[in-house]
Design a binder for this molecule. Structure first.
Ligand code: TYD
Ligand code: MG
Length: 459
């Protein structure tokens, strides 16, 4: 195949240059030029001809929305319940899924298990591995206990060869592990560069839409936590799943952050075992650490992401700091921590100005919902005072800048789950207080941060 001409396009302004330059000649932004295949044909940038637009292309037929038949998407369950839950029911024909996550978290393991289950259900599958050799994948499959698997394997990184193979073998589902190792002949830049990742993903997406073959792309996450190949991929695909969790602990979360075919923020929970990933169908208590006695600086909250409540322990450590004290958070928003410390100072009179403050959501979970606020504040004050919260205590609720405690969605569900797990005291926003008492749970409903502090002091 003849090499196509490439140009360099600025990701900021769209300006082009025939060569790579550090600075965009059009808008002056630095390091924004990326390589792309130049579109052939004259007049690409001409907006009209002397004859008007008609000289450029033929008008296309249009249809009223009501006249277009709406088809329900056909889904094939992958056979792995927790994965189907985040996918919104299963794999969709012609759908493109992107799975991101840190190295070693279990992306390849999960997909190999899913492909094997699909293959056994009678769906032809193709697993394209660019990171490992066929032998390595085979070794993993033995470890997973899926000997005799009929999943078709291709160890290849060149896009054109992959597409040709897909065309020849006609699978129903293709896994590309990973998109960063795939490269197209048409571009000169190295595999893994933004241009390559974007070009390859675009071709694979087009192939999926044109043929109805479902494509699953594995993507790596950079140190900053974004998918390598800046968020461009997220826009192209139908579904984006992220693996979360601490690689040192056993549990892994798979979270849907975008899904054109289902709900977002649904989570699937897995445990990494000797024999691969196993779904955890009742995950509510897995993010609690086991203290034999209550310890200062720890407060449990109930987070509700997707459809299931999860109890998560928030830990804080407040320690005397230097002239510029540090604020550090793991699994929680750092800016929000700064805000909560300010609210704590202004409205509850708790000063941490000269203290280092560290907060952590146990187990490597990421909590993005503001309902964690109250638990974060209570764990900070508990650590500062060196006084543990009582056994069986939990709190949730959003805290506003004026010191008010705002309700969290579906408070009843959260409280019921906590009661089920044996929690006995809860501090919750007033609007979340249940009308009927929940057996075994004493509930303190508060409207302001000061009130919450008073309640805790009296316990
Ligand atoms: P892997 O799927 O290779 O991660 P990724 O593709 O996201 O980089 O996961 C590898 C890790 O999982 C590795 O550290 C070993 C562990 N593992 C198990 O604990 N049990 C198993 O059965 C398998 C296959 C892997
Ligand atoms: Mg892998």
């Amino acid at each position: 195949m003849a090499k196509e001409k490439t140009t360099f396009t600025c990701t900021e302004c769209g300006g082009t240059s025939p060569r790579w330059l550090g600075k965009c000649p059009s808008c002056g932004a630095w390091n924004t030029l990326i390589e792309q295949v130049a579109e052939a044909g004259p007049g690409k940038n001409r907006l009209s001809t002397p004859q008007g637009y008609a000289g450029l292309a033929n008008a296309q037929p249009v249809l009223p929305l009501a006249a277009i038949e709406a088809q329900d998407v056909a889904r094939t369950p992958s056979g792995i319940d927790e994965l189907d839950r985040v996918l919104g029911g299963g794999i969709v024909e012609g759908g493109v899924v992107l799975i991101g996550g840190d190295p070693g978290i279990g992306k390849s393991t999960l997909l190999l298990q899913a492909m094997d289950a699909l293959q056994r259900a009678g769906l032809p599958t193709l697993y394209v591995t660019g990171e490992e050799s066929g032998a390595q994948v085979a070794l993993r499959s033995r470890r997973l206990g899926i000997e005799g698997s009929q999943v078709q394997l291709l160890a290849e990184i060149q896009l054109e060869k992959i597409l040709a193979t897909v065309d020849a073998t006609q699978p129903a589902v293709v896994v590309i592990d990973s998109i960063q190792t795939t490269y197209s002949d048409q571009l000169t830049s190295a595999p893994g560069s933004v241009a390559q990742v974007r070009e390859c993903a675009a071709h694979l997406t087009r192939m999926a839409k044109g043929t109805g073959i479902a494509v699953i792309l594995v993507g790596h996450v950079t140190k900053e936590g974004a998918l390598a190949g800046p968020r461009v991929l997220e826009h192209m695909v139908d579904t984006v799943l992220y693996f979360e969790g601490d690689t040192h602990s056993q549990f892994r979360l798979v979270r849907a952050i975008k899904n054109r075919f289902g709900a977002v923020n649904e989570i699937g929970v897995f445990a990494m075992t000797e024999k691969g990933l196993k779904g955890v169908s009742n995950p509510s208590a897995i993010f609690l650490s086991q203290h034999s006695e209550p310890v200062p600086g720890s407060c449990v909250m109930v987070t509700l992401e997707g459809t299931r409540p999860l109890l998560v322990e928030i830990q804080a450590l407040v320690d005397s700091g230097g002239p510029s004290p540090r604020r550090l958070s793991v699994g929680l928003d750092k800016d929000r921590l700064a805000m909560l410390l300010a609210v704590l100072h202004r409205h509850a009179g708790v000063a941490c100005m000269d203290q280092d403050v560290f907060v952590n959501a146990v187990g490597g979970v990421r909590i993005s919902e503001p309902a964690a606020d109250l638990a974060v504040m209570l764990s900070i004050t508990s650590s500062l005072r060196g006084k543990a919260l009582p056994r069986g205590f939990l709190a949730f609720g959003e805290v506003g800048l004026a010191g008010e405690v705002r309700p969290a969605p579906r408070g009843q569900e959260r409280l019921k789950e906590a009661a089920k797990l044996g929690f006995s005291v809860a501090v919750v926003p007033k609007a979340n207080a249940p009308k009927k008492p929940i057996e075994g749970l004493t509930i303190h409903a508060v409207e302001r941060v000061e009130e919450a502090m008073d309640v805790v002091r009296g316990l």
